[in-house]
Design a protein around this ligand. Structure first.
Ligand code: FAD
Length: 479
């Protein structure tokens, strides 16, 4: 099969997957009012690969067949990989308009991490399986979710010490051809609307945790898998002013594995507990770079909205507002500069022959983004004013009795009519004051790892011995 169209992608989701939302089973995820938001956002990935303007970045030639496949499946065995991935992620985000489609990138990050760890462990069968799987996904143009975060129970205890034995996903049975797994993975982005789940451990393991050291791939519609989703916002939103494209966003799910059978040719780690940490970390290196890359279009867009609302309110020249605009620019451009610095210093990861962006700088970029986002949003909220939460809806605008009042009283400065100003506020509400805005703030802190996980990486990756050596040389300490 060549590259799928958006319609073929959606058609592929109409299977017997078990997805629930608001307590009800969903018969067709492409039509559910809430999940449809995510389906349409993800579909942008498939639209982009057919768009002549984006094709040179979104599509590559399959090295074996010469057919066109998605560039997300590139093998990262050359230093320029990082720079190319950065451009691809940004293009996906610009194309969808604000939100990354999220159905190729995380999966590709996991395939890359599994490729690196198979090389490091010297397990030839895993190297062959993951290579075969990479091209299976590429040639069928599949959508993938990264299924990593376990529900974890008591965070202070390792997997085998938990009160519920499968708070971390584990192998519960094994035959010659299959393994059987049980457990639950949480907050999985795009899970209701992908073809494949890529499942890996979320942490380091000890020998006693060997049954939890398991990595595999499985179709999302496999028997024994149940997904429970939480709605964010509906696709048809009558409150908001219409914009050239609908609001984008994603749906996460709690994915339950109840004695799910996985064929062994899709198993990439089975009880090699010594490599679980390596796999979790390597995935985090690839994935945090994906994260900082897609944050950049998001920040450019949001900073643009912040500056526009300052102009629409006639305050953009006030000294305190200029200070806030400077802060927004500084935050946006520092995040961008760190991401670019990371890709300019790619690393041959642990001598495996595969390349990732610089690990220390990638973690600094993600930490910088996540640590400062709430203040950034506060500045946009401050500049915008209370209309952010009290503005009349589009339904009021459509009412012929009310519209003259709105036109008369809600106009703005610098040529902003009431219609333009309300349209701007409508989007600002979405990103700065809605349920989705709350989701975004939490997403910023936790998705791609909590603040502590990036800080830990700084301690691991920073040249601390070098810092100390220099200080000792200058002060004359011989300890
Ligand atoms: C919007 C969104 C999308 C996501 N998408 C995905 C996805 O697609 N795939 C996926 O696999 N995951 C996904 N995640 C999960 C994300 O990686 C986790 O939320 C993150 O790793 C934090 O885990 P947690 O939510 O269980 O919180 P916790 O780990 O419970 O963290 C809460 C706090 O506890 C602290 N803490 C945790 N453990 C310890 C400990 N042992 N000792 C001391 N302090 C500790 C943390 O530092 C943090 O401050 C997503 C999350 C969000 C919010």
């Amino acid at each position: 099969m060549t590259l799928r169209t958006a319609e073929q992608y959606k058609e592929g989701l109409r299977d017997n997957r078990k997805v629930y939302i608001l307590g009800e089973q969903v018969t067709d995820v492409t039509r559910d009012p809430y999940i449809k938001v995510g389906v349409e956002t993800a579909a942008c990935e498939f639209l982009m690969s057919h768009d002549p303007e984006y094709k040179n970045i979104a599509v590559m030639k399959d090295p074996e067949t010469g057919e066109e496949v998605s560039s997300y499946f590139t093998v990262p065995d050359y230093p320029e990989f990082a720079a190319e991935r950065y451009e691809l992620i940004k293009a996906s985000c610009y194309y969808s308009g604000f939100v990354l489609p999220f159905v190729k990138d995380v999966g590709a990050d996991i395939i890359n991490a599994l490729t690196v760890v198979a090389a490091l462990s010297g397990e030839k069968k895993y190297a062959e399986r993951i290579n075969e799987y990479r091209w299976y996904c590429a040639r069928n143009d599949l959508a993938m979710a990264g299924v990593v975060t376990d529900v974890k129970g008591d965070r202070s205890k390792s997997p085998h010490k938990q009160k519920v034995s499968d708070y971390y996903l584990k192998v519960v049975d094994e035959t010659e051809d299959e393994i059987v797994v049980s457990g639950a993975k949480a907050h999985i982005t795009a899970a209701p609307y992908v073809d494949e789940f890529l499942v890996i451990p979320s942490r380091n393991m000890s020998e006693k945790d060997a049954d939890y050291a398991v990595a595999f791939a499985i179709p999302a519609s496999s028997p024994g898998i149940t997904q429970i989703c939480r709605p964010s916002f509906p696709y048809e939103n009558k409150y908001d002013f219409p914009t050239p494209q609908p609001n984008r966003g994603h749906v996460e799910s709690l994915v339950i594995f109840d004695e799910v059978r996985v064929p062994k040719n899709r198993v990439f780690m089975l009880r090699e507990w010594e490599f679980a940490q390596n796999l979790a970390y390597t995935f985090a290196f690839f994935h945090r770079f994906t994260a900082v890359s897609y944050k950049i279009p998001v920040l450019e867009f949001m900073t643009g909205l912040g500056i526009l609302v300052a102009e629409a309110n006639g305050i953009h020249k006030a000294s305190h507002v200029r200070e806030q605009i400077i802060n927004m620019i500084r935050y946006t451009e520092t995040t961008k500069a760190l991401a670019k610095a990371a890709l300019h210093e790619p690393e041959n990861i642990l001598g495996s022959g595969y390349y990732i962006p610089n690990r220390l700088i990638t973690n600094m970029a993600k930490l910088h983004f996540a640590s400062n986002f709430h203040e950034y949003i506060r500045d946009i909220q401050d500049i915008a004013g209370g209309l952010l939460v009290t503005q009349p809806t589009y339904q009021d605008w459509e009412n012929s009795t009310l519209r003259p009042y709105l036109e008369r009283y809600l106009g703005g400065a610098n040529g902003y009519s009431a219609a333009e100003r309300l349209k701007l506020f409508s989007y600002l509400h979405h990103i700065g004051a809605s349920d989705f805005a709350g989701w975004h703030e939490v997403c910023t802190l936790h998705a791609e790892g909590s603040l502590a996980s990036q800080k830990m990486m700084l301690l691991i990756e920073a040249p601390i011995d070098f810092y100390k050596k220099k200080a000792k040389e200058i002060v004359g300490i011989n300890v």
